[in-house]
Write a protein that binds this ligand. Structure first.
Ligand code: NAP
Length: 251
């Protein structure tokens, strides 16, 4: 069975790998054997260092994913350095919080551009390469707000609901071409993204009380799901949104 989860010789492009969930996933994929192309607007030096300590190849690729113009140069650079991309993890994302009645167009566009538009065009660009090779794994990072409405985060909810829909659409189009497209929906994970919630005593207590596991998640909690969806263990899993949420959605 261990061979089913072995990523030796595979190349994974992980966006937003310098911190939080992206870092946790990149390190888990490297522990399973993958080489890591770490893409983001901040250098992922710590992540790349850990990947190399594991004996894998790790390289940084500077890319501001707030605009689609960054996509093709990034994919070209990764292919030039690594020769192939077997796994794409679309993790980079942002959140903006304000009441719906006050929400600005700027906060709408910024979140939709990074979380949804760039994600789609990265899937498209890497997908073309994977289709040509007849295999590949795409893992999009969704959210509880792929399933729920949330509060005070209208563009985030719209973007993550969109990620769920796109994951299914791409799975439908590419399943027969040997590409598996799935998503991970993290629950409440302690990262920069949720610092405001963790710092708000009332919201923090409300969230903790609702999580059956009784604790916030850690970026390392996403590793197993990522390795599963990146490996041949998931070759017949398509368009699935795998919640890793300590039971939040079951409540
Ligand atoms: P995080 O610590 O804030 O990490 C976000 C990552 O995205 C960082 O690497 C960030 O780079 C990168 N990023 C943001 N904008 C970018 C841009 N324009 N170009 C390139 N990279 C960019 O938050 P996180 O919690 O790990 O979030 C990772 C993903 O998980 C996001 O898609 C988020 O929506 C999703 N998620 C998080 C939770 C949670 O509870 N934490 C729950 C559900 C889903 P910088 O460091 O340079 O900003």
């Amino acid at each position: 069975m261990a061979g089913l989860f072995d990523l030796s010789g595979k190349v994974a492009l992980v966006t937003g790998a310098n911190t939080g969930i992206g870092q946790g996933i990149a390190i888990a994929l490297a522990e399973a054997g993958a080489d890591i192309a770490a893409a983001g607007r901040s250098a992922a030096d710590e992540t790349v260092g850990k990947v190399r300590e594991l004996g894998r190849k790790g390289e940084n690729f500077a890319a501001d994913l707030s605009s689609v113009g960054a996509v093709q140069p990034l994919v070209d650079a990764v292919l030039a350095e690594f020769g192939r991309i077997d796994i794409l993890v679309n993790n980079a994302g942002i959140i903006r919080r304000a009441d719906a009645v006050d929400f600005t167009e700027e906060d709408w566009d910024a979140v939709m551009d990074t979380n949804l538009k760039t994600l789609f065009f990265l899937c498209q660009s890497v997908g073309r390469h994977m289709i040509a090779r007849g295999s590949g794994k795409i893992i999009n990072i969704a959210s509880m707000l792929t399933f729920q409405g949330g509060i005070r985060v209208p563009s985030y909810t719209a973007s993550k609901s969109g990620v769920g829909g796109l994951t299914k659409l791409l799975a439908n189009e590419w399943a027969a071409k040997g590409i598996q497209v799935n998503a991970i929906a993290p629950g409440y994970i302690a990262t920069n993204n949720t610092a405001a919630l963790q710092g708000d005593e009332t919201r923090n207590r409300q969230i903790m009380e609702r999580i059956p596991a009784g604790r916030w998640g850690d970026p390392g909690d996403l590793g197993g799901a990522a390795v599963f969806l990146a490996s041949s263990a998931s070759d017949y899993v398509q368009g699935h949104i795998l919640a890793v949420d300590g039971g939040w959605l079951a409540r």
